[in-house]
Each structure stands twice: as C-alpha cells, then as structure tokens.
Write a protein that binds this ligand. Structure first.
Ligand code: CP3
Length: 360
C-alpha cells in the first residue's frame, strides 16, 4: 500500500511537484484561458479503440477489474484528444458489486442487480468483502499515474450513496427511484443502514484511489434530482458531507467535485452544505447560475449538452463560444452536462477541442 504524502503547495495552493497540470489550476484559484477540458464518460463505446479492448476483456465488469486493460481504455481519449484530465476507468456500481450484491451488465439494457429492499436483505452486503476488488481499481490508478503524460491530471470517482442506493434497491436504473424512495419512507432506519454502508464503502473506494495517485475526485449523484428538500438533506447532503469531510482529513489538498444532477433549486444548498471544491453542472443549469456559482469561488464544470455534441457543426461551435464567454476569467473547467452518448461521432469531439483551444 502506498502511504499518502502531504502535497507541497505554494501560496496559491498549487502543488509544486506538479505545477504543470492545467486541470488543477482553477482549484488553486488560478485563472486559465482557454479553460481545461475533459468530458464525462470520455472513455467508452463511441470510440472504436474502446470497443476493441472491451471485446477482448469479456464483460464490462471484467474490464473494470483488469488493471492493464482498464488503464488502456482510460488513456485512449487522452491520446486521441489531448484532454487535460483522464478519468479512472471503473464504474459507480463496482461498490455494490464489491460489497457482494452481484452486478451484471446486460448488453443493450444496462446494469442488473438482485434488489436489496430491507434490513434482512442487507446482510448480503459487507464492507469486509470489498478489499480485493477495490485493490484492483487502485492498481488501475497506479498504472495510469505512471503512464499518463505528466501534465495530465487523473480524476478518481465514486457514485454518491443515494444514487448507488437507487440501483441497489431497484436492481437497475430508475427514472422515479421508486424502490429507494419508498424504502426510505417505509423504514428510514433500515434504509439509513444501507446509506451508511455505501458511505463507508465509498470512502474506502476513494481513499484507495487517492493513495494510488488520483489528483482529484468526483462524486456522481446522477439521481439527486427528485427528492423533497428534507429527504435531499438526509440522503444526499448528509452522506456526501461525510465523504468530503473524511477524505479531506485523510488526503488534504485533493479537490473534490460533486455532480448533483438535477438538483436545480437546491444546487446552492448542496455546494454550501457539502463543502465540495467544485460542482459539475448538468445540461439544464442556466449559464447565469454557473457564472454566479463560479463568482463565489466554487469551481464550476459543465455543461455542454451531449446531444449537441452528437449534432456537431457550427451550432456546436456557437454554444462552446457562449459557454466560454460567460465563464471567462472565472474558475471553470469545460465539460458536458452529462455523459457522452455512444452515437457521438468521434470527429465532433476533435472539433470541440479545436474550437475551445483555437487562438491558444
Ligand atoms: O470515461 C469514463 O467516464 C469512464 C468511467 C465511467 C463509467 N461509468 C464507465 C462505463 C464513469 C465515471 C461512469 C459513471 C457512471 N456509471 C454513472 C454516473 C454518471 C452518469 O452517467 O450519470 C452511472 C449512473 C453509472 C452506472 C452505469 N454504468 C450505467 C447506467 C451503465 C449502462 C448505461 C451505459 O451508459 O452503458 C453503465 C455502463 C458503463 N459504465 C459503460 C462505461 C464505458 C458502458 C459499458 C459497455 O461498454 O458496455
């Protein structure tokens, strides 16, 4: 196991051992023009080189647990596009899988899990089971840090406990999060035990990634968007705050970015109460709101519509310019408002990067 070293930072919080990672500068209060760029789900099926490695690996989870291949697919978009950051290749559902739930990815349908909907079901999961699978993910991070260009940052991640709980309870993705929400109302104590277990596991998952060399961490809360405000406090804010607190204590100086997709009117509350260093804004977040948040010194990431990236052309260039104009001079990282979709033409991503960096 690698011991975590305290970062040597200058007065602006820039790590002096790695001052050349552009992605890190907005988090140290530095202004960067053009802004750093990476894209959510930048490694994936829209890339022919990904599909080739994926076919070689067997199942999707096999790929996540084979450090050599996982590192390779994480490097692919960096090689092709020169992004300022790579994201670890893994999945938010590695956490319930490692806890013992058993996760399968059905071709063309997405993830399937045997649902857990009560305290009795919960006995199937245990933190003690996670060690070997989490260690494989940390090994991917170690390889990546070794093989990435020195000036490319590496982002580690987990799913937020609420979003992972939606998959755990439903057994699949769910637009209305029915199984998780009804369990939370029927038996808040039992559901609270699940959230606590997922929070503990997420902390270990992220800590392993931080020790292995991740430069920043992102917490994906893809289903944060439909809870009433009191439930949002309890199941989204509370557990996220605990992850941020513990990780910050263990790995000081490592930026943590939250992605509370669909948070809308409670986005400000999320930023203030969780203590994240940065927030990834979804496609529906108005640019004026992003600007206001960034003026308050929270780093903003976002929020190009992935469907406009499918469309490409001048409409894409125009929107890229609009976003950059509004966010100019502010702590900002260019990204999508949600993950890249498989039908995205790879050449549109080339166009996006060129458009962002022209004149640089
Ligand atoms: O470049 C990267 O971002 C790679 C790492 C990564 C993956 N998933 C790989 C992946 C990351 C950061 C994720 C996050 C993730 N996974 C989220 C949060 C972000 C979001 O999109 O809202 C969620 C909700 C998941 C759960 C998940 N994983 C679903 C619902 C699916 C099936 C739908 C889909 O997009 O395929 C996955 C599979 C998955 N995760 C793939 C990849 C590359 C495709 C799997 C394949 O190759 O068959």
């Amino acid at each position: 196991m690698i011991a975590s070293k305290p970062a040597i930072c200058d007065r602006n919080g820039v790590n002096q051992e790695t001052p050349d990672r552009r992605f890190m500068l907005p988090f140290a209060g530095r202004r960067v023009n053009p802004p750093p760029i990476w894209l959510m789900r930048q490694a994936g099926r829209y890339l022919p080189e990904y599909r080739k490695v994926r076919a070689e690996a067997g199942s999707f989870l096999d790929l996540c647990y084979k450090p050599r291949l996982a590192a390779e697919v994480s490097l692919q978009p960096v090689r092709r596009y020169g992004f300022d950051a790579a994201i670890l290749f893994s999945d938010i559902l590695v956490v319930p899988d490692a806890l013992g739930q058993g996760v399968r990815f059905v071709e063309g349908e997405g993830p399937r899990l045997d649902p857990i909907r009560s305290s009795e079901d919960l006995t199937r999961l245990a933190l003690a089971k996670t060690h070997d699978k989490f260690a494989l993910v940390s090994e991917t991070v170690e390889r990546l840090r070794r093989d990435l260009p020195r000036d490319t940052a590496l982002i580690g991640f987990c799913g937020a406990p609420w979003t992972v709980a939606v998959y755990v309870a439903e057994g699949r993705g769910s637009g209305d999060q029915r199984a998780a929400r009804s369990w939370a109302y029927r038996d808040p104590e039992g559901f609270g035990k699940l959230i606590e277990l997922l929070t503990d596991a997420s902390i270990e998952y992220l800590s392993g990634q931080a020790r292995a060399g991740a430069d920043a961490l992102q917490i994906f809360d893809s289903w944060a968007g439909s809870l009433p405000d009191d439930e949002f406090e309890r199941w989204v804010i509370g557990p996220t705050r605990r992850i941020v607190d513990v990780i910050r204590k263990r790995h000081s100086g490592l930026p943590i970015i939250g992605f509370p997709r669909g948070a809308g009117a409670v986005l400000h509350r999320y930023i203030e109460a969780t203590g994240v260093d940065g927030v990834s804004c979804d496609t529906a977040c108005p640019l004026a709101v992003m600007q206001r948040i960034a003026r308050g010194e929270t780093v903003v990431q976002g929020n190009l519509d992935p469907m406009l990236l499918v469309r490409g052309g001048e409409a894409l260039d125009r929107r890229v310019d609009d976003i950059c104009e509004v966010m100019h001079g502010l702590p900002f990282v260019f990204n999508l408002g949600h993950g890249i979709v498989p039908e995205t033409p790879p050449e549109n991503v080339t166009r996006l990067v060129k458009c962002l960096r022209r004149g640089a």
